[in-house]
Design a protein around this ligand. Sequence first.
Ligand SMILES: [Zn+2]
Length: 176
Amino acid sequence: MSEKKVRGSLLNSYTKYIKKKWGGDGLKECAKVIGMNPDDISAKEWYGLELSIKILECVNEKGGQEHIEKCGGEVLQDIGAIAYLIKLSDMGTVLKRATTQGYDSSFNFGKCSFQIIDKNNALIKLEDHSESELMCLAWIGSIMGAMKLKKLNGKVTEKQCQLKGAGFCEFEVHWE
Ligand SMILES: [Zn+2]
């Protein structure tokens, strides 16, 4: 099996969040943990999944779970084309886009699928995605971020988790 990789643009969103919240010092601490200068991460390149988890661990160390979710929320805001689509489309279309192109452009492993339940609810399934709880939390944050861009109130709940023995991670998404 080929190595699990994530796109640099995703990592750039995470480190941008660190800089925004904890400034240059926060970023320096992160650089020490990951063993490279975050400014050297190129948006178009692919990087090992481990690097992504290390960056999320830096965020967790500094701010805990709440900040992991907020950090995940940055991801969609940074993808201009998706942010534009999010404003124009209904939530179902947004989720479909995020779970097809969005997922495949950021991860070279795992699988994401979604199912619309009704006009206010959907289910998202992530298979072979998470290797750390922080990845599940960041995922919740990115869906919350999509709702925020649409100025919708909503909630994302992880109903079952592959890290806890389920066959896949499943997220219930509800919006008003
Ligand atoms: Zn999970």
